[in-house]
Design a protein around this ligand. Structure first.
Ligand SMILES: [Zn+2]
Length: 231
């Protein structure tokens, strides 16, 4: 199990100059006094009993026994090490300089502004931010691949399909592409370009009976579609 870290400076008992790590008092009033002394913004109803503070913030007088780490009943942390001043600045500093705007994921979460973070929190926030950036990159890649796939399915404009039909007349190419495009569509879902309609009209004018027979074999515009073009 990892050693508890100081909420103010992020140190643990493993670090130099830290002899003990003390829990914040369960008593709310006492906890508030500690928080005020350390420049931590007090939020009513939010207990810091699960958070700790290291011995570097207590004067020697605060201890009943320095060896065992027993604090006086009215001990209050008063020392702010230079390294933690920037991290846990007094509240007035927070008011003067706006904290860095949190990323969308951290928006609305209290205690994550630059003034309230500990090194561990900062590290985790950076980790989340980097993962978020990675997800954004992947989403962008997904969008690009999706549009690539869509453009592939649009066979009418596909150069690959055009190359397959290379050497055929433009009428044949247009007809074959229209068949490919409309093969999986329901009759009402088919869309025709002008060339398709012109070819269909030519066939229909030649022989309406033959056109009806052809419509049973291949996808061709209906009579109404042709009439709509003429109007
Ligand atoms: Zn500390």
């Amino acid at each position: 199990m990892p050693f508890p870290r100081c909420l103010v400076c992020g140190s643990s008992v493993n670090d130099a100059g830290v002899d003990h790590v003390h829990r914040f008092p369960r008593n709310e009033q006492k906890s508030k006094i500690w928080q005020d002394a350390m420049g931590i913004k007090y939020i009513p109803g939010v207990s810091l009993k699960n958070y700790s503070i290291c011995s570097r913030h207590f004067t020697v007088c605060s201890y009943l026994n320095r060896v065992t780490g027993k604090l006086c009943a009215n001990a209050v942390p008063t020392l702010l090490p230079a390294s933690s001043v920037g991290l846990q600045s007094p509240s007035e500093q927070t008011l003067e300089t706006p904290s860095t705007p949190p990323r969308s994921i951290f928006r609305g979460i209290k205690g994550l502004s630059a003034a309230d973070t500990t090194p561990r929190k900062q590290h985790l926030m950076n980790l989340v931010k980097s993962k978020e950036a990675h997800i954004r990159k992947l989403k962008k890649l997904c969008r690009k691949k999706t549009s690539d796939i869509k453009s592939l399915t649009n066979i009418g404009d596909s150069t690959v399909v055009r190359n397959v039909f290379r050497g055929m007349s433009s009428v044949t190419t247009d007809f074959l592409i229209s068949q490919l495009r409309c093969a999986k569509k329901s009759p009402r879902g088919r869309r025709w370009i002008t060339q398709d309609k012109v070819l269909a009209l030519a066939l229909f004018k030649k022989s309406p009976k033959c056109y009806r027979l052809l419509r049973k074999m291949v996808a061709l515009p209906s009579k109404n579609t042709q009439l709509a073009m003429l109007l």
